[in-house]
Design a protein around this ligand. Structure first.
Ligand SMILES: [Zn+2]
Ligand SMILES: [Zn+2]
Length: 585
């Protein structure tokens, strides 16, 4: 029954417990690692669910949610109704208290932690540190003075280590930030919650999720935040700010300020540090002939209160600089000279979904499902670009099946308003050729040409391979250009500038890939391409309907490369887009 609200755990508390179970299963290792993943996924699904969990449980619909099986559902139900989990109880009996926190210290095995608990009753890193400092560890069998010394060093490094090691992919950080924002909205303190830091600058990975809250009662809001159930460690805490670690390793910093301090706090928390420092220096110094005006402007701004971030920049006699550009890479100088582009690409500018996979290759959803999902997002067209035959491991589409796909596209087209374009993601094979015969290539509406194999070619050969591909006499879009997978595979070796030179004079454009694991090419290369007047498409590389929302990450990274609306082909209407990318000129 969902009526006894006061006794039921809320979704965040349930998610926190599932995280705890996952962490303990992870420690057990072996087969339990898979179970751990299931619990971790369950925690995300529960914390992120929009519906009332009580209603879902009452109607027995937990297992209809993605990734929640019978076993997990029964634990969630138990937690909701009783506040306890039989699985967690069992696991806790296998481990000493504090095991999760202590296992984060490098070099401390589960067995060592057990020994420490039995001998000295240690249940936290703080207690471990005290015991080591007091020379108590050396008395335990298997530890010794050297181990003790080493552990003290490790603990000292531990925080720094955690800070630098755990970086979240942008989509994970965004999801966590949104959960926290949801939670903070439930306080009686009316607050405006804004994301800052590298998340607001759309960086590929996020070290600390920074949140700035505009509230009448900062202290109360920080206290409320500290009760967020996924918090496992509070690193720093002050009246109006705190930094915490969540169960999944994410670091979160909250700054809570009153309305009059909000704009400045948001500016500082957004960073980057070198950008903020330089703007600050300009404000402090007041330079050249404009100095006096700026100083006056700043004074009036600080006394009258800044209304928005624009005021900060305008008061210094410069253009507004959007967050994605704040890296101190020439944007401040450009803004002072009035040369910053003011028509940067935005999400609503995108009119077509480019680079979509279906069940014809390695996508999860049918043509019709993908098409309808794109239509529901307000798109005017979608390009279906399944893999080509060489990508056999991804179910590359052979000629027979291609014919069948085109028929199906025609059938679906009858039922929908959005225009469906026939495309391919053609492999660039080792010698730089594309993967269908010319007579077929010419019949596509769109060709995305990508490298999916032999990443380790030497730089010269790889450059030649791509140059050859780009010079093929059909228009093509260079897909996920340098093949990087964020935090797992570096971009492959090649002479990017030479390739860009060739693209500039060939029938080709460059994809800005919105898949949060790719986000290829990088902003610095995007800017190099822009110098050569190369055009872009912002793609989703979607293998499911949900992944169509990747488009926002593509827009984010394009903005970081200073891309303007007019440089992006899929801002065009359908017929203009078609003629811009038509393979046979
Ligand atoms: Zn691909
Ligand atoms: Zn793809």
């Amino acid at each position: 029954m969902a009526k006894t609200d006061s006794q039921n755990l809320d979704k965040f508390a349930i998610a926190a417990t599932l995280q705890e179970i996952a962490a303990l299963l992870e420690l057990k290792g072996g087969k339990d690692k898979f179970k751990a993943r299931a619990y971790q996924n369950g925690a995300r699904v529960i914390a992120g669910m929009a519906e009332d969990i009580g209603v879902v449980i009452e109607e027995n619909r937990l297992t209809s949610m993605r990734g929640i099986g019978d076993a997990l559902a029964s634990q969630i139900k138990q937690l909701f109704l009783t506040g306890e989990s039989s699985v967690l109880r069992g696991l806790k009996q296998e481990f000493p208290p504090g095991i999760i926190e202590l296992s984060g210290v490098p070099g401390l095995s589960v067995n060592k932690i057990k020994t420490l608990h039995e001998a000295l009753g240690i249940t936290s890193v703080a207690e471990l540190k005290d015991a080591a400092a007091a020379g108590k560890l050396r008395t335990i069998k298997g530890f010794g003075a050297k181990t003790e010394e080493k552990l003290l060093e490790t603990i000292a490094d531990h925080r720094r280590h955690e800070k630098s090691e755990t970086r979240l992919h942008i989509h994970q950080a965004l999801r966590t930030a949104e959960q926290i924002a949801d939670y903070l909205q439930t306080t009686p303190e009316s607050a405006q919650i804004t994301f800052a830091g590298s998340l607001r600058r759309w960086k590929e990975t996020i070290g600390t999720i920074r949140i700035v809250a505009n509230t009448k009662r900062p202290i109360a809001l920080v206290e409320y935040f500290l009760r967020f159930p996924l918090i496992v460690q509070v690193e720093e805490q002050d009246k109006d700010r705190c930094t915490v670690t969540l169960a999944d390793g994410a670091r979160v910093s909250l700054v809570a300020v009153r309305a009059e301090e909000f704009v400045l706090a948001l500016f500082v928390e957004t960073g980057s540090k070198s950008h903020v420092d330089k703007v600050q220096r300009l404000a402090d110094e007041g330079m050249g002939s404009k100095g006096k005006r700026r100083a006056t402007a700043r004074k009036s701004a600080s006394t009258s209160g800044l209304q928005n971030e624009e005021d900060i920049y305008h008061s210094l006699g410069m253009q507004y600089i959007p967050p994605e550009l704040r890296e101190d890479q020439g944007e401040i100088e450009a803004a002072l000279e009035g040369k910053l582009p003011e028509d940067l690409i935005t999400l609503p500018d995108i009119r077509g979904m480019v680079h979509c996979h279906t069940t014809y290759s390695d996508g999860k959803h049918s043509i019709e499902e993908m098409v309808r999902a794109a239509e529901a997002m307000g798109m005017k067209y979608i390009t279906i670009t399944d893999h080509s035959p060489t990508a056999f491991y991804a179910g590359g589409v052979t000629l027979d099946r291609l014919k069948r796909q085109w028929e199906e596209i025609e059938e679906v087209q009858e039922k929908v308003k959005i225009r469906i374009l026939r495309g391919t993601e053609s492999d660039i094979v080792a010698n730089g050729a594309l993967d269908y015969p010319d007579r077929i290539l010419e019949q596509f509406d769109v060709i995305v040409a990508s490298i999916h194999s032999r990443y380790k070619m030497d730089s010269e050969k790889m450059t030649q391979r791509i140059v050859t591909a780009m010079r093929q006499p059909v228009f093509k879009i260079w897909g996920h250009a340098l093949g990087r997978k964020i935090q797992s595979r570096p971009p492959f070796e090649c002479d990017v500038e030479r390739i860009l030179d060739v693209i500039a004079e060939s029938e080709a454009a460059i994809e800005v890939n919105g898949d949060p694991y790719r986000l290829d090419m990088e902003p610095r290369w995007i800017r190099e391409a822009r110098k050569r007047k190369i055009k872009f498409v912002i793609s989703v590389d979607a293998h499911s309907m949900g992944a169509l929302h990747n488009v926002k990450y593509g827009v984010g990274i394009a903005r970081r490369g200073w891309v303007r609306k007019r440089e992006v082909l899929n801002t065009l209407g359908v017929s203009a887009f078609q003629s811009a990318v038509r393979p046979a000129g």
